[in-house]
Design a protein around this ligand. Structure first.
Ligand SMILES: [Zn+2]
Ligand SMILES: [Zn+2]
Length: 150
């Protein structure tokens, strides 16, 4: 069951139920926030939710994103210039990322082949390849326009 673009609390609760997870306000709010703000870090999620859920600790948010990733509701992405894990809603679309090496902004890139793995390694070392996880690194237009610090 894919996560809708703007999931309601009821839809999040149904999703949690379907994965055998208990429905909590923190989990529901995390799914809604990450759906609207893909590639958020746990601390960004915590900052965003702290107003509505003041009792939610940073550690609980870390536990929540971990649980939601383990059950396949979120996908954990590790990008070279992000300094830590980021989370997005799992769309099972094998998409990749492009990241600006200057401001670290992240955008989604469609899968190159339309299905996983979209690259075949020159040597699989005997492994059955299930996916290729690519990060394209670049410089975004805004950063390219900045005069370089001399
Ligand atoms: Zn940039
Ligand atoms: Zn993404």
């Amino acid at each position: 069951m894919p996560v809708p673009a703007t999931p309601s609390p009821e839809e999040c609760a149904a999703l949690l139920h379907s994965r055998g997870l208990r429905v909590t306000a923190g989990r529901v709010a995390t799914i809604i926030h990450v759906r609207a703000h893909p590639h958020s870090s746990a601390s960004e999620v915590h900052t965003a939710l702290a107003g509505d859920l003041p009792s939610l600790s940073v550690q609980s948010v870390h536990n929540i994103v971990q649980d939601l990733s383990e059950c396949g509701i979120l996908r954990r992405v590790e990008l070279p210039d992000s300094g830590g894990a980021r989370y997005e809603v799992e769309r099972l679309d094998n998409h990749h990322h492009v990241q600006c090496v200057v401001c670290h902004r992240i955008e989604d890139v469609e899968c190159a082949e339309g299905r996983a793995p979209c690259l075949t390694p020159s040597d699989t070392h005997g492994m059955r390849i299930i996916e290729a996880s690519l990060t394209f690194r670049g410089i975004c237009r805004d950063c390219d326009a900045e005069p370089s610090p001399a």
